[in-house]
Design a protein around this ligand. Structure first.
Ligand SMILES: Nc1ncnc2c1ncn2[C@@H]1O[C@H](COP(=O)(O)OP(=O)(O)O)[C@@H](O)[C@H]1O
Ligand SMILES: [Mg+2]
Length: 233
């Protein structure tokens, strides 16, 4: 007789005792202790912890930007240790969007081209991408600004560009590292609203590190980190 195995969703990211150590010898810093956690499709997760607690380090592992120095990270069912840098880069280009505190936009490109860029990396021609890029520009409220370089926009508008850039390829996962950390409170709240909306309207999973009480209150799951250790969630 065949055993009936119920279908179970796979985690998008699985961390198995993943640790991260920077430097060597006397300058060695254990930024992350053994972290074991899963991130599931559709989740909205707030990662909270004081400055220096390991939030960025953890997010870099979750998004496949960096490798653990101990333990394992699985991204989209692939063990990052077994992939070449090139394969990891391709996996990131297809599946992960990033939003950073200081926007990290390309200053010489227009708003439009900053948002088109990730689609270009995935092999889309301008023509093929255009509808998707324009729809995204409209969703983040920048239809009057898309020809300008990001340097001519306010901080909040620049973060909207970064959010559009992260979401335009409809990634399974978006990782945002203190996306409101460089914005005034009101603008920060608008950005959080936008991220919540994006999460509700799509299947995109969001993991966001934050000091914002509003984001903490809105998140369905909160991960607390202190001294590189995750507390029980
Ligand atoms: N590239 C690096 N080289 C050496 N130490 C680092 C590096 N990045 C972070 N650290 C250290 O690792 C710890 C965690 O840092 P980080 O993940 O940036 O924390 P958070 O994002 O919560 O402020 C801190 O002690 C920090 O100084
Ligand atoms: Mg940080």
């Amino acid at each position: 007789m065949m055993a009936i195995i119920p279908a179970r969703p796979l985690p998008l990211v699985s961390l198995q005792q993943a640790g991260k150590c920077y430097g060597k010898g006397a300058g060695k810093v254990q930024a992350l202790q053994e972290v074991t956690a899963g991130i599931w499709p559709g989740e909205f997760i707030a990662l909270c912890g004081p400055s220096g607690s390991g939030k960025s380090t953890l997010l870099n592992l979750v998004g496949g930007i960096d490798y653990p120095t101990s333990g394992e990270v699985w991204l989209m069912g692939r063990n990052l240790r077994l992939l070449s840098d090139r394969e990891t880069a391709r996996l990131r280009a297809q599946s992960v969007g990033f939003v950073f505190q200081f926007f990290n936009l390309l200053p010489v490109l227009s708003v439009y081209d900053n948002i088109y860029y990730p689609l270009m990396l995935n092999g889309y021609s301008r023509k093929l991408a255009d509808e998707q890029v324009m729809a995204m520009i409209e969703r983040v409220g920048l239809i009057n600004h898309y020809r300008r370089p990001p340097g001519e926009l306010s901080g909040g508008q620049q973060q909207r560009v970064a959010i559009a850039r992260a979401l335009v390829k409809r990634p399974a996962l978006v990782v945002a590292d203190e996306p409101t950390g460089n914005l005034d409170m009101r603008t920060g709240e608008e950005i959080i609203e936008l991220l919540l909306e994006m999460n509700a309207q799509s299947d995109t999973t969001l993991v966001i590190s934050t000091h914002s009480p509003q984001l903490r209150a809105s998140a369905r799951r909160i991960l607390e980190i202190e001294d590189g250790k995750l507390k029980d969630d």
